[in-house]
Every structure is written in structure tokens, then in C-alpha cells.
Design a protein around this ligand. Sequence first.
Ligand code: CTP
Ligand code: CA
Length: 226
Amino acid sequence: RLLDDRPKPLAGKTAIVTSGPTHEPIDPVRYIANRSSGKQGHAIAAALAELGAAVNLVSGPVAIPDPVGVETTHVESARDMLDAVTKSLPADIAVMVAAVADWRVDGQSDQKIKKAPGESPPPLLLTENPDILKTVGHHDKRPKLVVGFAAETQNLEDNARGKLERKGADWIVANDVSPETGIMGGDRNRVRIVSHDGVEDWEDMDKQAVARRLAQKIATAVDASR
Ligand code: CTP
Ligand code: CA
């Protein structure tokens, strides 16, 4: 758009957004990962940029293009994502949408692990990854507004509230990712925003619409705290 004269309520503000999965190497050719298309996180980065924010998107490996008008950093593992995120602090807003792998392989192999006839499969020893949202939520350069996501298959609200408290977030955007909802990998989303003030239940809408509405809500909150 050459002539974009829409209001820019986030002009002068900076935002960090994480999106996509992380890949945790087993060896040079294999990895473990979470399911994530990056659609929701990328759409949120784009929506914040449309409202005038300078957005730093830190994305794990995804098959979708970098959003226009957004500075994008590509990472693979959770530890690399944490590095990229902390390097882009301070910021006014953080929205952590990435499906970060909770565990990585302890003692990954430098060489491709080979099958040997008659030998049993190699065991995978896992170790916990850093929690990026929790680190940002308790950081001495903590952004004014910290938003996390919670993908749940049961006890949506209780689990989301637990994450809100534990991770030092202001809001948790909770969604039910049970296979029958079709949310994972799909274009639609139905979310509940859990905050210290209560719960907002949003109707089913496409991921772009969730992104635009969330960006508006963020702009309103940031404006109120000016
Ligand atoms: N998150 C993160 N770093 C991690 C794990 C999660 O930044 N290592 C962030 C996600 O980006 C999301 C929020 O924390 O914003 C919740 O992620 P989720 O996987 O739902 O929560 P966990 O605390 O990992 O709990 P569990 O997977 O056991 O439900
Ligand atoms: Ca997790």
C-alpha cells in the first residue's frame, strides 16, 4: 500500500514476537520439535507492525514467508531463540507465540547416528529447555506488556491461569488445540484471553482476525499506561 493513512497507535513502540516451533537436534540430520505452522505468530507480528510498532520477530523454522515490514530473525533451537529475544530487549511489548520444545536432547551427536544390524535403537536422554516467556516476564528489562500463549488440550482456563502466574505474564492467550478443533495447522482460532482482571472469550475467527484484534487490544493497553 503506497498511501497508508490508517492510524498508528503503536508508532514509536517496539515489540518482540516469537513464532513457529523450535528444532532440537538429535544429530546433524535429525531433530525433535513441536507442531506449529507459525501462522498465528507471524500474523500478530504483521498486525503490530500495521499499527506502527517496530517489530522484531524471532521465528523458528516455518514454511511461510517473513511478514512484510517486520524485522525477522531466524533461529532453530530454544536456546538460540532465547538469545535472540534477550538481545532485542529492551522493548515495550513482548508476545511469545512460539511453540518452544520443552526438552532438548542431552548429548546430541556431532555425527549422524548409524543403524547397526541387530543393535537396539539409541535411547534419547532429554533435558529441559529454558523458558523464554518466563525469562522475559521476570527480566530486569521486562517489557511493560508481556503476553504469552497457552496451547491446551484440557483444563484450558486453570492451566492458562497457572502459566500467567508462573511466567510473570500480563495476559495468556489460551487456545484449545485438541485434534478435533483443527486449530493446529489450520487457518482459524478460538481463543480466551486470561488476565489478572478476568477472562475474555473470543468467538471463532481466522488467525488474521485474532491477530488484528489482539494488536488493537495491545495498543489500547499500552496507550492506557502512557
Ligand atoms: N514458552 C517459552 N519457552 C518455553 C516453553 C514455553 O517461551 N521453553 C512460552 C510459549 O511461547 C507460550 C507459553 O510459554 O507463550 C506457554 O507455552 P506452553 O507450552 O503452553 O507452556 P509450558 O509452560 O511449556 O507448559 P506445558 O507445555 O507443560 O503445558
Ligand atoms: Ca510446552
